[in-house]
Design a binder for this molecule. Sequence first.
Ligand code: HEC
Ligand code: HEC
Ligand code: HEC
Ligand code: HEC
Length: 489
Amino acid sequence: MKRYKALLAGSLLAIGCMTALVASINEKKEEQGLINTVPKIDRWETRNEEYKKVYPRQYDSWKQTKNSDDIEDLLKKYPELVVLYAGYGFAKDYNSPRGHFYAVEEIRNTLRTGAPKDTKTGPMPSACWTCKSPDVPRIMNEQGDLEYFTGKFSKYGTEIVNPLGCVDCHNPETMELSVNRQYLDNGLKAAGETSLADAKHQDMRSLVCAQCHVEYYFDKQENPKGGKAAVVTLPWSEGTSVEDMEKYYDNIDFKDWTHKVSKTPMLKAQHPGWEMWKTGAHGKNNVSCADCHMPYKSEGGIKYTDHNIGNPLDNMEYSCMNCHRTSEESLLSNINEKKKRKDELHKKNMKQIAAAHLEAGKAWEVGATKEEMAPILKDIRHAQWRWDYAVASHAAFFHAPEETLRILGSALEKAGNARIKLAKILAKYEVSDYKAPKIYSKEQAQEITGLPFDKLIEDKKRFKGTLLMEWKKHDPEYMKTIEDKTSYD
Ligand code: HEC
Ligand code: HEC
Ligand code: HEC
Ligand code: HEC
């Protein structure tokens, strides 16, 4: 109790300090004449470099997100993923995130977006651009949301060229924080959460991130002007917990794809970062995403918000130590323990769920019926959704440690249930000695699941040598300095 009080006192002190800091920033802004005479920048100016002259510190620190350029091939690290996502894009190419600077580069390069030949060929819909660029809200404003969501990814190759930047989070006319994607407000209202009209400034410091770091799916709609739209929709009307969203998807019989081996109607969790953050100690105390990922810094006596959004642990002095009184070492060792606990259940889940898919594949092969398989496929669907939800919402093990373990525990239970039922079926069809193959490499897993990896790469290279060259003519100058890095060559 004493320690709790000390921490609470510390937190209050820190929040006090933060308030003072914000006040002092506002004074500085007044001194610089930034508050009353905001220089005129067009409402939909999406070229980030146009902001450099007026907001040099914010621009320069934003540009530093370029330094986070490591590509970690998650399929190589965890080859079970190739089995888990069999029949879906993520089995082709799946990397850990890089800095915001790379958002446009990544979506063009990934094998998931395939090799379009012109503005009408797929495979992916235009919705895939939604979280990558300030050109997206600009186009939504010009053409309307439905038109933006209609057609293929390649429709906007020459239009969407500026990587995630100022207009993604601001209204340039005032430089106030601004959510420029309507679907978030729709989601908040459906969930009964504070909508944008009532959001406080501190809420906005997380809501700007929630435009992208959330769970979503593509709702198929007809465009009366012609064509089919895939509209980004947040599945929140039952609530924002993992069970609420599972219920939502079950109620509308939604599936992202049918699993290639087990034939399960699958859900792919995106990255419900905001939803998970809300359930953790920081979210509950409304410590915002920006509090940790965009701390205040000072340069020549001028305080500003650090726009180099990355890992706050590279920056603990500014990000954590504002509020915490323990040493950096003890915080770090606490975080490492959380990560280990998560990893243990994470790995067990991948093994169990991959085995369940393969055993289900075997059960179909030996003649199991649809009726026999239905309850098993439901367990597999729910197990994988929950596991994916907990690990795809980036760093949830830190943002919401208890919730992460709870979800991973329930996923493991569902996978176990599926395998018990499968053992009975396999026995019934006299293959009780069947053992699912052990997964030991990305290549082996791709072979088992019949993924034509070399062909995908060949097609992608053709796209990069032809259509992409046309798109790149529209790129801002600084994009030309990007080194062409991928996980596949
Ligand atoms: C991912 C969201 C995000 C992006 C992208 C972004 N900002 Fe910000 N920006 C913020 C947040 C959060 C704050 C803090 C606002 C507050 O609490 O008042 C901020 C604050 C600011 C401020 C107010 C002064 C300060 O430093 O606190 C300026 C000016 C600014 N940003 C300029 C820019 C410019 C220029 C770009 C593009 C190069 C940009 N921002 C891109 C989220 C973003
Ligand atoms: C317009 C969509 C969008 C918004 C708004 C957005 N992000 Fe992101 N974020 C992304 C995408 C896309 C990536 C992955 C980029 C890549 O790998 O190319 C990413 C990656 C990240 C990463 C990983 C960076 C790294 O170096 O590994 C962090 C951390 C992050 N975002 C935090 C935030 C925070 C905090 C906010 C709000 C202040 C925010 N994001 C707002 C889309 C967005
Ligand atoms: C209390 C501080 C804190 C708050 C609040 C916070 N984060 Fe984080 N975030 C972290 C830390 C620390 C990490 C890195 C953990 C690790 O992997 O070591 C991280 C990592 C991330 C990553 C990157 C994970 C990766 O795989 O590279 C993303 C994306 C992210 N946070 C988004 C958000 C969003 C969105 C919010 C708000 C909804 C948020 N964070 C709120 C501290 C915070
Ligand atoms: C704006 C203030 C603030 C910032 C910044 C902040 N924290 Fe916290 N932190 C809190 C509060 C408030 C609590 C909750 C205290 C409670 O409930 O007793 C907390 C709780 C924690 C806990 C214990 C709860 C849990 O989830 O296990 C850890 C660990 C922690 N913070 C680590 C960090 C790290 C690491 C950073 C920097 C990346 C950070 N915090 C940044 C205010 C902050």
